[in-house]
Design a protein. Structure first.
Length: 94
């Protein structure tokens, strides 16, 4: 029991941040989406879908179609063959 409390005390800042983030979940999700989109904006996929222009969920929906795997297959195949720039931007850590 003491170990549990000691662990929670060491994790307290992270727990507080997580609880604060739950109160602003929509904003956190929006920022997370934009960060992921920004990382891929300079990839071939990003350029083909104008990800650099995405500023909102509505923009994201406009630029990226709902599609099956076949739509994305050329990008995935290019990555499989070593062209990581087909789907991932230069700042993306793999």
């Amino acid at each position: 029991m003491i170990g549990r409390w000691a662990y929670l005390k060491t994790q307290y800042p992270q727990v507080r941040r997580m609880l604060a983030d739950t109160r602003r979940a929509r904003e956190v999700q929006h920022q997370s989406m934009l960060e992921k989109v920004r990382l891929s904006a300079d990839s071939r996929f990003g350029r083909d879908h104008r990800l650099a222009d995405v500023r909102s969920v509505a923009d994201f929906r406009r630029h990226l179609p709902i599609a099956d795997f076949e739509y994305f297959r050329p990008y995935v195949e290019a990555v499989r063959q070593g062209d990581v720039g087909a789907m991932f931007g230069t700042d993306t850590k793999l």
